[in-house]
Write a new protein. Structure first.
Length: 137
């Protein structure tokens, strides 16, 4: 099974989560700013944060370049101060481009200034790994 893990990060949280799940899946986490090639992927994990209530435009633009024909299913993992904020725009773009997105998403606490300090923490990262274990079977 071909698995890819990609992330967009401003503060490093998504990179941390992406690296932990990529490690679990035996692949390398790829930064979308490095324009990774996504080809023939069974499972695509997309890790990101929420900024000003939205997903990062750079991430959405990158996703618009993907070929819906070569990606069987996407899973979304999001950290935010909101803790349970889902990546609605990411889902919308993928759906528009014909990429099936699993209903089940992973969300956890992120941090910004004094909000959610020290998150995502060890437990958040472990929970992300458990999420991936539960959906990858
Ligand atoms: C510029 C900026 C704006 C943010 N705006 C929001 C927001 O509107 N709502 C929210 O829940 N979290 C917000 N956050 C918190 C981030 O979503 C959270 O820290 C997330 O873990 C960041 O992931 P990253 O380090 O991978 O970019 C913001 C963070 C930054 C840096």
């Amino acid at each position: 099974m071909n698995i890819s893990v990609i992330y967009y990060t401003k503060l490093g949280h998504s990179k941390k989560i992406a690296q932990a799940i990529a490690n679990e899946l035996g692949v390398k986490a790829q930064d979308i700013r490095e324009n990774p090639e996504i080809k023939d992927v069974d499972l695509l994990y997309i890790v990101s944060g929420i900024y000003g209530g939205k997903s990062a435009p750079e991430l959405l633009e990158f996703l618009e370049t993907l070929d819906g024909q070569v990606i069987k299913r996407a899973y979304l993992l999001t950290s935010s101060c909101g803790k349970t904020t889902r990546a609605a725009e990411v889902r919308a773009v993928l759906t528009e481009f014909g990429i099936p997105v699993a209903e089940k998403e992973f969300t956890c606490q992120g941090a910004f200034f004094f909000f959610g300090m020290r998150h995502p923490n060890k437990v958040d990262i472990q929970n992300a790994v458990h999420f991936v274990q539960s959906v990858s079977q």
